[in-house]
Design a protein around this ligand. Structure first.
Ligand code: C2O
Ligand code: CU
Length: 488
């Protein structure tokens, strides 16, 4: 397992061969039954009784006895949830749960999802960040026909990378994701360190709910609402308002966090504490990095180790803090509570040193790469129309095996989280080298009037892919494009 214990910290060295087609390396094949799904070695031992009961997300039931196949049934369906005293809230869910059930697999597993649509409208499922074949990517009209009300579709693919992913619809996504259709998808690698901390998967989102429980109108604020991106008034952590997680003081926890909100950025604060970020969109980082206030743009994930400290009985309150994504989005907005970490049990000595992860990530060579220039543009302010290079849904081309350097320039005075389907990329610094620590990304924030460069190498999955802003109202307003990946 390549696990070395060094002075109370952990070092895992995976010696990786060259990356296959420029994609995440350093991941090994699973050993059968080394820590089953959800079964991080010793998960939760030493934490208080029922420590994660207030927050834990149920797993989708695996219907297949084969240890290398995860087979689940997922239905998109309306449901009522109770969030405010004034009345129930009608949401859209997977399997009646908000968020939907957690799918959990090991790297290399085959995943089969029997999907049924019980919504009154058509939908598809997109597996955000997972390198599936184009035909499984959930892009209506290109990957697959939309699944009509009452219809079904079987998704069937292998999960090649370990990380924290998520799934959500790809039709009318501001509404469908915004109304509750989102869920976590965790792919474990048994060769990664298993005891970085007791794991909690947290899906962050928000919902606009009136006092009587009804949903705020989809078009509140009109074009300006769309341009801001609609942020709900209720902050949800795993579908709950201000849930409580218990923690043994001094024992590390590993929080896998997903920002599933359609527009809200989450800047996280745990007063008196600093996080060690060990992973992001595409698995572990090349080395860990300390972060006081991690920021997740819509679509992004963070894998954080935190050691809750304090006295037995203390409540630590994790808070959302406003992040300035342009035009007064952080002006005069006080922090808001996300969840409570209730300290219980006698303190244990925290690890002597922070976790140390080492993952070999090879920089994708940029020599000879073709370049792609993307401008994020506003076509029209009323009715609002956003675009890419002055167009709505332009198509770009690439070949299997090709390396491209994308330069994404934000011509609008708002941040945009830029997401590419199907392929991870490496963000480049001004020197043209990957940022350190290195990591694989599928969503990157492009700041107000800023530019981001990244390098991407296409493996052998030809077809039509998509890229877009993950402020889903911006995507729906036209900030989307297509990538046609062809055989040479
Ligand atoms: Cu989560 Cu097309 O995206
Ligand atoms: Cu945007």
């Amino acid at each position: 397992m390549g696990l070395l214990v060094v002075g109370g910290g952990l070092a895992a060295c995976s010696e990786a061969g060259p990356p296959a087609q420029g994609q995440p390396d350093g991941q090994t094949q699973p050993e059968p039954d080394a820590g089953g799904p959800g079964g991080m070695g010793g998960q939760g031992q030493g934490q208080p009784e029922g420590w994660d009961d207030g927050i834990r997300l149920p797993l989708a039931e695996d219907l297949n006895p084969d240890p290398n196949i995860v087979e689940v049934a997922i239905a998109a369906q309306p449901a009522m949830v109770s969030l405010v005293p004034g009345g129930p809230t009608p949401v859209w869910t997977y399997n009646g749960q908000l968020p939907g059930p957690q799918i959990r697999a090991r790297v290399g597993d085959r995943v089969i999802v029997h999907f049924t649509n019980q919504l009154p409208v058509e939908t598809t499922v997109h597996w955000h960040g997972i390198r599936v074949p184009a035909a499984m990517d959930g892009m209506p009209g290109h990957s697959q026909a939309p699944v009509p009300p009452g219809g079904a579709f079987d998704y069937d693919f292998v999960v090649p990378d370990a990380s924290t992913f998520w799934y959500h619809p790809h039709i009318d996504s501001a509404r469908q994701v915004g109304d509750g259709l989102y869920a976590p998808f965790v792919v474990e690698d048994p060769a990664e360190p298993q005891d970085l901390g007791d794991e909690v998967v947290m899906v962050l989102s928000d919902l606009g709910v009136a006092d009587d429980g009804s949903l705020q109108p989809e078009d509140s604020g009109g074009d300006l609402g769309t341009l801001f991106g609609r942020e709900g008034n209720l902050l949800l952590v795993n579908g709950k308002i201000r849930p409580t997680l218990k923690a043994r003081p001094g024992r590390p926890q590993r929080w896998r966090i997903i920002n599933a909100a359609k527009a809200r950025y989450f800047q996280i604060d745990l007063p008196g504490h600093t996080f060690v970020r060990i992973g992001g969109d595409g698995g572990l980082l090349s080395s860990p990095v300390q972060v006081k206030n991690p920021v997740l743009a819509p679509g992004e994930r963070a894998d954080l180790v935190v050691v809750p400290t304090g006295n037995e009985g203390d409540d630590l309150v994790a808070r959302w803090m406003a992040y300035d994504r342009g035009f007064g989005t952080a002006f005069n907005r006080p922090p808001a509570d996300l969840f409570v970490v209730h300290l219980e049990g006698s303190p244990v000595a925290p690890p002597a040193s922070p976790p140390s992860i080492h993952r070999t990530i090879q920089p994708i060579p940029t020599e000879g790469a073709t370049t792609v220039d993307i401008d994020l543009t506003m076509q029209n302010s009323s009715p609002l129309e956003l675009g890419i290079n002055g167009m709505v849904m332009p198509t770009f081309y690439a070949q299997v095996g090709e390396t491209q350097v994308w330069t994404v320039t934000n011509r609008i005075e708002w941040d945009h989280p830029f997401h590419v389907h199907g392929f991870f990329f490496q963000v480049l610094g001004d020197d043209g080298r990957p940022l350190e620590p290195m990591e694989w990304k599928d969503t990157v924030n492009v700041p107000v009037n800023g530019t981001v460069h990244f390098v991407i190498r296409y493996d052998d999955r030809p077809g039509m892919w998509m890229f877009h802003c993950h402020i889903l109202e911006h995507a729906e307003a036209g900030m989307m494009g297509m990538l046609s990946l062809r055989e040479p």
